[in-house]
Ligand binder design. Structure first.
Ligand code: SF4
Length: 248
């Protein structure tokens, strides 16, 4: 789920340059339109869930740390056997960095991530009695944990209505536009201001799912998008042509 490339807003495919009508500054969304966007996303998936497998707040935290610049499916494949033997900071520490590295070697940046998993487990034991702290200020002091990771944990483990801005949330927010911004912090601040109840709790999950499966980076599937009439991104994409079958 979590992809840290959101900050590179100028990268081809994020749709920044084309958001809004021909580069004009996008207008602030009317609140009725914002509510309608989320009403439709809610109707499609009333109870969206994150796709990272975990068994408690600690394994969620580790999975999110591992998911930076990796796919959820790839992370799940590696963490399934790892979490079966290490689902607490104490057990992870007992495994040691070399063994953790071995379990996660199929994930990008695995050397650095293994180091962070051990360091953050150590920090949880030393500073928080082995528990995952339920506030963002403490979470971001842990090795390998940034604001986005902290927001995911606050939302999924502790039921806080936070807005974790990954590459999908960043792209969709800029394309529609919903809460346009040059970096994830600006988008997060915009979403904080804009998203109404009762949609705040699941808003970032809906935007992730929309970005992952419909409003894709390289080729958004506008022809089947439920938000097309509310979207200012141009040009809208058209359905792929079906090749005519050769006559016998
Ligand atoms: S119409 Fe939908 S898929 Fe196309 S750019 Fe807009 S939000 Fe994305």
């Amino acid at each position: 789920m979590v992809n840290n490339s959101a900050g590179r807003g100028k990268r081809k495919g994020l749709g920044m340059a084309k958001a809004g009508a021909k580069g004009r500054k996008p207008k602030m969304r009317a609140s009725a339109e914002v509510a309608e966007i989320f009403r439709r996303l809610h109707a499609i998936e009333p109870e969206p869930k994150g796709e990272l497998e975990h068994v408690n707040a600690y394994t969620l935290l580790v999975a999110v740390v591992l998911s930076a610049q990796a796919t959820d499916a790839g992370v799940n494949k590696a963490t399934r056997p790892l979490f079966a033997i290490a689902d607490t900071p104490e057990k992870m520490l007992a495994l040691g960095e070399d063994t953790v590295r071995d379990y996660i070697k199929t994930i990008g940046l695995f050397r650095n991530k293994a180091k962070n998993v051990i360091l953050l487990s150590q920090a949880l034991i030393e500073r928080f009695g082995g528990a995952v702290p339920a506030n963002r200020d403490d979470l971001v002091t842990l090795p390998g944990v940034g604001r986005k990771t902290a927001n995911v944990v606050m939302n999924m483990a502790f039921g806080e209505a936070t807005f974790a801005v990954d590459t999908h949330v960043f792209r969709v927010s800029n394309r529609l536009p919903l809460a346009p911004g040059k970096n994830p912090d600006q988008v997060e601040a915009g979403l904080e201001k804009l998203v109404p109840e009762p949609y705040r709790m699941h808003a970032h999950h809906w935007l992730i799912l929309h970005g992952r499966y419909t409003c894709k980076a390289q080729r958004p599937e506008c022809w089947r998008c439920p938000l097309t009439d509310l979207c200012q991104f141009e040009p809208k994409s058209t359905p792929p042509k079906v090749k005519a079958k050769a006559q016998p």
